[in-house]
Design a protein around this ligand. Structure first.
Ligand code: R5P
Length: 292
């Protein structure tokens, strides 16, 4: 088996390779002044099973293009099979038509990946449990919830910031034995602004773990934290698998006054976006186990 990585999440790829007692195989990656990218597999004639570790956080479009080009180069260099480890897949929230006239971005990404002959995909906490069904290739859908469960203290109430996360919160509740509740969230599809006005579950005087799949603008977490405070929550910890962290999100989270924000390294958080109460849990062990 050979492991490759582009530039999107090299530190996670290096950790996985170390755990498998392998080294990352070399790739040449050149960016032209006009933003085009050229990729070359340095030691051609692979004739091997290949693993490519690439995430598609910010900048999503550039990272996807890099991923497509690497896949093409790997196949042309004789890769016997390609397992794509994409811990976070951009465009997954565009999984159906919300308003007339829209594309379905995620379906389009799946078509491209399959046409580039990816044999198997490993990903984490996809936006919906139905997303693996969009693929015709096997998809291993892993979760960071067991890592989160280790950080959640007894007597904590688990809260999903929207109805879409209720399945996730029930799984975590089974792992921790904690009670759970959910918030009703409304998002304006044109502006993206979020309102959280109602919730089910009693948080008065309790420690709360707010659990989501991703944090992008931070709007969902902010609205949820404000409501939880109104309802009398004591200590609030935030858990989210994917730190998408759009511009301004790091400051918003740092200023939120919650105890801790736990995320994973599904997306690499650059040093300048890290803040004091951010803790990054690594998915490397779970990925290495799956690849063994
Ligand atoms: C939405 O359904 C997701 O589960 C997240 O709550 C959402 O994508 C987070 O985005 P943002 O941080 O921009 O509110």
């Amino acid at each position: 088996m050979k492991i490759f990585s582009g530039t999107s999440n090299r530190s996670l790829a290096e950790k996985v390779a170390r755990k498998l007692k392998l080294e990352l195989s070399p790739l040449e990656l050149h960016r032209f002044p006009d933003t085009e990218i050229r990729v070359r597999v340095v030691n051609g004639d692979l004739e091997d099973d290949v693993v490519l570790i690439e995430s598609t956080g910010i900048p999503a479009n550039q990272n996807y293009m890099e991923l497509f080009l690497i896949l093409d180069a790997l196949k042309r260099s004789g890769a016997r099979s390609i397992t794509l480890v994409s811990p976070y897949m951009g465009y997954q929230r565009q999984d159906h038509v919300f308003r007339d006239g829209e594309e379905v971005g995620f379906e389009m990404i799946v078509k491209i990946l399959e046409s580039l002959r990816v044999d198997k995909l490993i990903s984490f906490d996809m936006h919906s449990v139905k997303l693996p069904d969009v693929f015709t290739i096997p998809v291993v859908h892993l979760s960071a919830l067991p890592l989160f469960a280790q950080k959640i203290e007894k007597e904590t109430v688990l809260i999903s910031p929207d109805m879409g996360g209720i399945r996730r919160i029930k799984i975590l509740s089974e792992l921790t034995g904690s009670p759970f509740g959910e918030i009703e969230k409304d998002r304006d599809l044109a502006t993206g602004s979020v309102q959280s006005s109602k919730m089910e579950g009693d948080v008065k005087g309790k420690n709360v773990a707010l659990v989501d799949d991703m944090i992008s603008s931070g709007g969902t977490v902010k609205a949820a934290v404000e409501l939880l405070r109104e309802k009398g929550a004591k200590k609030i910890d935030v858990f989210a698998t994917h730190p998408v962290f759009a511009p301004g999100c790091d400051k918003l989270l740092a200023d939120l006054g919650v105890e801790k924000v736990y995320v994973t390294d599904s997306i690499e958080v650059p040093e300048k976006k890290r803040f004091e109460n951010l803790e990054i849990l690594s998915l490397a062990d779970l990925i290495a186990k799956e690849l063994k």
